[in-house]
Write a new protein. Structure first.
Length: 365
């Protein structure tokens, strides 16, 4: 029987993360389907000819938040008082623009989110949002983090006035939050639902710091050095995942920090050892799911990823992903064919399912 919590056109992965996607559809019918799907949240208007419409979207459900990678042609989103009164979107949206821009006029302020900026939109406010694609063609492209108000608002100094705040491109805050969203997106499909929810909770203090944290959260967020250490260590681990010298002493020496400072910075990640093991397991998953590497023995993958025995590797892998390494290797090609054959059009998802998915974020665990 189909899981009611999984929208049509979505894949419920064995590890619990749900991925939903839409195909590119440049037809007038494609725009009508998208407009009907989002009608409870916003009125949608096409800026340009119907033949110029295009949209490609992928969404990861992280248990307590949604992360959306969206590419879209120029559109106007009009969120009216009627939409707000319906109360189906009691959340914040963090928009990290990669291409194109969004200009907004809300009941509180006007603002523009440009490439490299991170903007915060309060969906409890009335507003009109013009998203425009680059003048030289292509789509507007952004990562959008949809966060329930109940998770972030208690940490903010001005939760009702933060809407429209922009972290400008190149600023430390924009690099921190943008890097966090990019990292989360790259890793989302490998997470369990529990891990996804934990990542969302761990991100809240960092996001609050970037947009203005309340005084009682100062101990968690007042030290930007902790956030800087976290991002530097994450980047270092990603680029040296095959190195045997990823240990506490080496990392402390590399970044000139004490063991206690490193512990504080990585506390939300479960510490350095757990962080490294998780990244190595993700690397192993990638190797095992690659058809071009099917001839490699599982023990060779285990050794490359820092495990001394295939038994220890299998236990850790299964604990993280709910599958054995052999399961992933055997399922790689059929899974790709199955995912490619799914109906991933906008018309494949019912309006009630989309609204249910979003409205569920407003409720407690």
């Amino acid at each position: 029987m189909r899981n009611r919590d999984v929208p049509r056109g979505a894949e419920a992965r064995p590890n619990g993360i749900i991925i939903s996607a839409s195909r590119l559809d440049r037809s007038a019918l494609g725009f009508s389907a998208m407009r009907d799907l989002t009608a409870e949240l916003t009125d949608l208007f096409l800026l340009g000819a119907a033949g110029e419409f295009g949209n490609v979207t992928a969404t990861a459900h992280l248990g307590q938040a949604l992360l959306v990678d969206g590419r879209v042609s120029s559109l106007l989103y009009d969120r009216t008082p009627g939409h707000v009164r319906r109360g189906s979107a009691d959340h914040y949206q963090l928009q990290f623009h990669l291409q194109g821009q969004t200009h907004a006029e809300t009941e509180r302020r006007g603002f523009t989110v440009r490439p490299g900026d991170v903007g915060l939109i309060d969906m409890t406010h009335v507003g009109r949002y013009w998203t425009t694609a680059p003048v030289n063609g292509g789509f507007a492209h952004s990562l959008v983090f949809i966060v329930p108000r109940r998770l972030l608002a208690p940490m903010l100094s001005e939760p009702d006035a933060v809407g429209g705040t922009i972290l400008p491109a190149g600023s430390p805050q924009a690099r921190l939050v943008g890097g966090l969203l990019l990292s989360l997106w790259r890793r989302a499909r490998f997470m369990t639902l529990e891990e996804g929810a934990a990542e969302v909770r761990a991100a809240m203090p960092l996001i609050a710091q970037a947009f203005g944290a309340r005084a009682q959260f100062a101990d968690e967020t007042r030290h930007p050095r902790n956030a800087k250490i976290l991002q530097e260590v994450l980047s270092h681990v990603e680029h040296h995942i095959d190195d045997g010298a990823l240990d506490v002493a080496t990392i402390c020496s590399r970044f000139n920090v004490s063991r206690s400072a490193l512990y504080r910075a990585l506390e939300a990640e479960g510490g350095l050892v757990r962080l490294i093991q998780r990244r190595r397991l993700l690397h192993a998953f990638s190797l095992l799911s690659s058809p071009g590497l099917r001839q490699r023995r599982i023990i060779d993958v285990a050794v490359e990823c820092g495990f001394s025995s295939d038994a220890a590797f299998v236990r850790a892998f299964q604990r993280s992903f709910g599958l054995t390494p052999g399961d992933v290797r055997d399922a790689a090609d059929p899974a790709r064919r199955h995912f490619a054959s799914l109906d991933l059009s906008w018309a494949g998802m019912r309006r009630t399912e989309l609204l249910g998915w979003i409205s569920q974020l407003g409720h407690g665990e």
